[in-house]
Every structure is written in C-alpha cells, then in structure tokens.
Design a protein. Structure first.
Length: 79
C-alpha cells in the first residue's frame, strides 16, 4: 500500500509553505525519519521527514510551489 506524505503543521502558525528543495528523488530508498524535502515558512526553514522506510515513488509538488498544510508532497512504497 502506497504511503502519501502530506505537509504537516510546522512549528509556527503558517498554513502554507514554499517548497525549497527535494532531498530525495524518485527511485531513492529512504529511511523512516530521513529528511525528504526542505520547505520555508515566513519565519523558518524546515525539513519534512519520511514517515516510513521504503522507495520514493513520486514527488507530488515542485520546487517553488506553495503548499498548504495537509497537501500531498510525495508517495512512498513502504518496505
């Protein structure tokens, strides 16, 4: 079953972030907790970790996209 990685609530009050950089590409093996993507709020940059180990299947948002809390970021095929 594919895991959809969604944007969690960040530490501040922002409801949206800007995607700055992907730290993994489709086909990469990722570990549980490994940073997948770096995003920026009005106040801080945050790395969003993988919620499970597996293979990154797809990036569902692009660099410079504005993403809202709860929006899908990536798909992972779990181990």
């Amino acid at each position: 079953m594919t895991i959809i990685v969604t944007l969690p609530k960040t530490g501040d009050t922002a409801d949206t972030v800007v995607l700055l950089e992907w730290l993994a590409v489709p086909g990469d093996r990722v570990a549980d907790g490994q940073p997948l993507v770096r995003v920026e709020t009005a106040k801080v940059e945050v790395e969003i970790p993988a919620p499970a180990a597996g293979t990154l299947l797809a990036q569902l948002a692009a660099v410079d996209d504005e993403v809202a809390v709860g929006d899908p970021l990536a798909e992972i095929d779990p181990d």
